[in-house]
Design a protein around this ligand. Structure first.
Ligand code: ADP
Ligand code: GLC
Length: 490
């Protein structure tokens, strides 16, 4: 079974968030199950630097491009997963974020850059590259690869297509003129195709044309079929519900392992849990927080965007100040949030510390050093950060939405009594709701043996890829069997 992953990031080649984690770790898990997965990614400036040894394996001549595109081959570090990078410097040879410029604005030519990714994927899928390898299934991730299922649907024969929604809020919307400029097939312009209220929607290419659509948690799969989280695409998703599944993300349990984490002050595990205290002290030091014991140290790591409930945290600070806790936050994102958080850190020295930036090592150190991890997302397709916390015995405090609802078991009386609780979940989206959840956590934190039990429960959960990779393999088998809703459904 040969599967081509098409994505805009895959750790460690490129990562801005969970999409990178998933595309960097799921392929190896699938490979362990006997699926021959290969990855296709743009050769961004920083990617080429992290890619190790690369060799040129093909030159592609793509419609619309005057110059040929080079395909570079490498192997994902610590795995046997092969990847191909699309080397076309005018589109991808730019340092930094793959989607935005230094001012945080989308690159002016994003539509063309990700259309190029799609055309290269289609060329490989159709065997137009001279490569001996051709996929049975093309598995696309998020809007950047959305044109692939749409373009492949125009060919016959073609491989099966799977499209995974990691975040429906990013849709790749562009004016109609872009559709013309990209010279996409005329028949794709319809309300049943790429058109979305007069605009070109890349994500609709995946949602409307892929043989199977998946998203990254069962709850999010339900949420996007109704009301506000459907973002105007709920009708289409309801229409596709027979072929829409929620498959929970896993995490890379080697990369995220407190017993062997190279970034930590001291390794620890469920049986050597005391080692976590050294990481707490190190984190307090690194963030300039007083080395007080007995305060609940709460960590946060994430993209600073509305999705993550940053405004909720900002609104809650005044009330949180009265509680015996410290808050250490690492993030980067929208300028308005970065500015507000910096200002708040200056206003609340000694208990609220902020690091603006993207830094893997600090992310690991927060997960290890904090007692609790805050993730008050307004919506969350799956969320990996809370899975990292569970693995690190750092009790998550989350809003009960999407994947957070599916992965954190609230410390209700009943769940505590049957020793099933793993964290704290709250429903409302006001600062008061967040504060109430933190107060519940504090109450339990005062009872050290019960807190430890809660943390160890989290550590015992299995969020490796084992289960979910098997689900993807099952789905691929359905594709190959040309199952009931398989090819030609559109
Ligand atoms: P999302 O994909 O919406 O950003 P996830 O929780 O699924 O959210 O994944 C976030 C991933 O990105 C985690 O691996 C987290 O550690 C990482 N991450 C987010 N922000 C930062 C940052 N500023 N520095 C380092 N890692 C970060
Ligand atoms: C997206 C979502 C996040 C999910 C990640 C990986 O970025 O925001 O919830 O975990 O993709 O699927």
């Amino acid at each position: 079974m040969k599967v081509l992953f098409v994505a805009s990031e895959a750790y460690p080649l490129m990562k801005t968030g969970g999409l990178g984690d998933v595309c960097g770790s799921l392929p190896a898990a699938l490979k362990a199950l006997g699926v021959d997965v290969r990855l296709l990614l743009p050769a961004y400036h920083d990617t080429v630097r992290h890619a190790g040894k690369l060799k040129t394996v093909a030159q592609l001549r793509l419609a619309n491009l005057a110059a040929p595109v080079t395909l570079l081959e490498g192997t994902l570090p610590s795995t046997r997963v092969r990847f191909w990078l699309i080397d076309f410097p005018p589109a991808y040879d730019r340092p930094g974020n793959p989607y935005t410029n230094a001012y945080g604005h989308p690159w002016h030519d994003n539509a063309a850059r990700f259309a190029l990714l799609a055309h290269a994927a289609v060329a490989i899928a159709r065997g137009d590259t001279g490569l001996a390898w051709r996929p049975d299934i093309v598995h696309c991730h998020d809007w950047q690869s959305g044109l692939v299922p749409a373009l492949l649907a125009q060919s016959n024969p073609r491989p099966a297509t799977v499209f995974t929604i990691h975040n429906l809020a990013y849709q790749g919307l562009f004016p109609y003129e872009t559709f013309t400029a990209l010279q996409l097939p005329e028949q794709l312009w319809s309300m049943h195709g790429l058109e979305f209220h007069g605009q070109l929607s890349f994500i609709k290419g995946g949602l409307a044309y892929a043989d199977h659509v998946t998203t990254v948690s069962p709850s999010y799969a339900r949420e996007i079929q109704t009301g506000p989280l459907g973002l105007g695409l709920d009708g289409l998703l309801r229409h596709r519900r027979a072929t829409l599944r929620g498959i929970l993300n896993g995490i890379d349990v080697d990369e995220w392992n407190p017993a062997r984490d190279k970034y930590l002050a001291r390794p620890y595990s469920a049986t050597r849990f005391a080692g976590k205290a050294a990481n707490k002290r190190a984190l307090q030091r690194a963030f300039g927080l007083p080395p007080t014991t007995g305060v609940l140290l709460v960590g946060m790591v994430g993209r600073l965007v509305a999705q993550k409930g940053v405004d909720l945290v900002l609104d809650a600070l005044e009330r949180l100040e009265r509680l015996p806790l410290q808050l250490a936050l690492l993030g980067t994102g929208e300028a308005r949030y970065e500015k507000a958080l910096r200002a708040a850190a200056a206003r609340y020295p000694g208990w609220f510390a902020v690091r603006i930036g993207y830094d893997e090592a600090t992310a690991h150190r927060i997960q290890a050093g904090a007692d609790a991890f805050l993730m008050p997302s307004r919506f969350e397709p799956c969320g990996l950060a809370q899975l990292h916390s569970l693995r690190y015995g750092t009790v998550p405090i989350v809003r009960r939405v999407g994947g957070l609802a599916d992965t954190v078991i609230d410390a209700t009386k009943a769940n505590l009594a049957r020793n099933a609780a793993t964290g704290f979940a709250f429903d409302g989206a006001r600062a008061a709701d967040l504060v109430a959840a933190v107060e519940r956590a504090l109450a339990l934190y005062r009872d050290a043996p019960r807190w430890k039990k809660l943390a160890l429960n989290g550590m015992r959960q299995d969020f490796s890829w084992r289960h979910s990779a098997a689900e993807y393999r099952w789905l691929y088998q359905q594709c190959l069997a040309g199952a009931r809703y398989g090819r030609g459904a559109n």
